[in-house]
Design a protein around this ligand. Structure first.
Ligand code: NAP
Length: 250
């Protein structure tokens, strides 16, 4: 009998997280579909997973809130069993602005929703997965952004800085726990058709930019999900501390 694959995907009610949840379920993972606001959308993803014979549950938790994250992992222990994979996908950005227009509150909120959430969820996963703590190992994929490399000038330098922190966290964590059965990697998407661009105040952003992308088009959430699932899988068994850019060659 093969061991059960149990995964938490944060921010899985829509966009890249939802695509990853559906693809993971189709590959035999039992899935915790995390969301923060949109219960209806999260339940719809769970229903789609159940319709293909999979197992999943939706769970509301703000990944930037330590108590809520701890309780989410406790519920995963109870409802699905010991976690074997984590995708730190939840992330937010706010209205496009130069740095002078970004408030301290917004900067801190952006750090909380992106890097703090990644830290808190990774910590709970490591407590359970690390062979050092009696676990059986596992795999973590962080969802960074191509913005970590470009810096997103004039749009959201705060968001790019938070994603840069995710990159450094990925490198350090992969080295720290590599000998404890856990691989840690990241993807850096860019220009993917999801609702996140609406949060930036420009729903049509991908279409505006696409002629400057070498592949001449925006990407789909499934194209990011494929890379995440590969990094999680045994096919990537010797891959840790690395990054896959999924930005059409830009
Ligand atoms: P999206 O469509 O805006 O979806 C964001 C998801 O995150 C939603 O499921 C949302 O839940 C959830 N979420 C937001 N804040 C949360 C919090 N504090 N706690 C728990 N869940 C939270 O975004 P997306 O485009 O799919 O982006 C997914 C990831 O890819 C993000 O990390 C983003 O930075 C990264 N990324 C995206 C692009 C792109 O072009 N789309 C490019 C680079 C990087 P609710 O539905 O409940 O609000």
């Amino acid at each position: 009998m093969t061991a059960e694959k149990i995964i938490l995907i944060t921010g899985a009610s829509r966009g890249i997280g939802a695509a990853t949840a559906l693809m993971a379920a189709s590959r035999g993972y039992h899935v915790c579909v995390n969301y923060v606001k949109n219960e209806v959308a999260a339940n719809a993803i769970v229903k789609k997973i159940e319709d293909i014979g999979g197992k999943a549950f939706a769970y509301q938790a703000d990944v930037g809130d330590e108590a809520q994250v701890k309780e989410m992992f406790r519920q995963i222990d109870i409802k699905l069993g010991p976690i074997t994979a984590l995708v730190n996908n939840a992330g937010t950005l706010e209205l496009q602005s130069r740095v002078e227009g970004i408030s301290n509150e917004r900067f801190l909120r952006t750090l909380k929703n992106n890097i703090v959430g990644t830290f808190l969820c990774s910590k709970e996963a490591i407590i359970r997965m690390s062979t050092h703590n009696g676990g059986k190992g596992g795999s973590i994929v962080n969802v960074s952004s191509i913005g970590a490399k470009t810096g997103s000038p004039g749009e959201y330098v705060d968001y790019a800085a938070a994603k840069g922190a995710i990159d450094s966290f990925t490198i350090g964590l992969s080295k720290e726990i590599g000998s404890e059965g856990i691989r840690v990697n990241a993807v850096r998407p860019g220009f993917i058709y999801t609702d996140i661009h609406e949060s930036g105040g420009e729903p049509g952003r991908v279409d505006r930019i696409k002629s400057s992308i070498p592949l001449q088009r925006g990407g789909s959430p499934d194209e990011v999900a494929s890379a995440i699932l590969w990094l999680l899988s045994d096919e990537a068994s010797y891959t840790s501390g690395t990054f896959i850019d999924i930005a059409g060659g830009k």
